[in-house]
Design a protein around this ligand. Sequence first.
Ligand SMILES: Cc1cc2nc3c(=O)[nH]c(=O)nc-3n(C[C@H](O)[C@H](O)[C@H](O)COP(=O)(O)OP(=O)(O)OC[C@H]3O[C@@H](n4cnc5c(N)ncnc54)[C@H](O)[C@@H]3O)c2cc1C
Length: 333
Amino acid sequence: MRVLVKGAGVAGLTAAFELAIRGAAVTVVETRHGLGGNASWFAGGMLAPWCERESAEQPVLDIGRDTADWWDAVLPGQVTRAGTLVVAAPRDAGELDRFASRTSGHRRVDEDEIALLEPDLAGRFRRGLLFPDEAHLDPRQAMAALHGKLVAMGVEFRFGADAQPVSGFEWQIDCTGMAAADDRLRGVRGEMLILRTPDISLSRPVRLLHPRLPLYAVPRTDQRFMIGATMIESQSAGPVTARSMMELLGAAYALHQAFGEAEVVETGVGVRPAFPDNLPRVETSGDIVAINGLYRHGFLLAPAMARQAAGLVFSQDRTRELAHETDRQRRSA
Ligand SMILES: Cc1cc2nc3c(=O)[nH]c(=O)nc-3n(C[C@H](O)[C@H](O)[C@H](O)COP(=O)(O)OP(=O)(O)OC[C@H]3O[C@@H](n4cnc5c(N)ncnc54)[C@H](O)[C@@H]3O)c2cc1C
């Protein structure tokens, strides 16, 4: 079976994998000239379904709780399983209680345990929450590794090309994110920074709760940290605004003053594709299957959506085969 996947973000790459592993001949077309520049490229890479439940619906937790296992099995070595630490300044203790009451899968940690978990945060926060089963990965490294794996599996990539005209494929998987022709989709703009400092090290994503400026810092290699992210109802992918930059830097400084001396290595903007209920969908229309609406949860939910799409394609293909066979038998009877 020949399948065309449109879009090489996390949705397209994971779909290509789930199809290729089942034996489909997969071609991926991507309008950009390489991996990157899309929403997936600017993501934090947190696999944090318990924390996300604070604002997300139950399916995000149900679907996302085993995702770290998928990434680990497909790309060994990419996932760090060290949990998530959530902290708040003493004056924002109410935020921590509110967060705890809206989530599960955590335990309370005091100042001493925070110091054991993250020595560089010693003495800075009196109370926190540890979500021990959460994990994270570096989206750019994971996408590059998945791309390499797919090429080795025989998947063809055509960068700098869109899918027109399409011929010779039994199925198309539309993973074009915000570019999809779907007027139910809206964009949620996420601005982020990459900071580099040798003066702090973190072992896990740390979320700093604040009534106005919640922030997370996700450790990367090379003394770099992804600092994110804004949530603005807008499809604009224009440069980070001065206001957002000030807010992100202010919150990073509140997490640790050493961020004040950090180098700003990169600023970036990704637009999260979202449906009205903020839940992803796999939908079929003729020979097109669309995976979209991954919102804040692309790395967390794309593997399950990809499995669902591949399962659908293969089961419908079998149904088509059976229908052809019945038809042939009827005609020859
Ligand atoms: C700042 C930020 C932080 C985030 N943090 C996290 C996080 O910690 N954890 C998490 O799970 N999620 C996170 N997300 C969410 C996640 O990044 C998105 O849900 C996910 O990237 C959406 O993936 P996608 O493949 O649907 O879209 P995209 O990554 O945008 O990919 C769509 C691709 O389709 C291509 N395309 C468009 N039209 C065509 C065409 N006609 N033909 C071919 N190709 C086409 C585009 O060029 C693009 O490359 C974050 C997002 C942002 C912005």
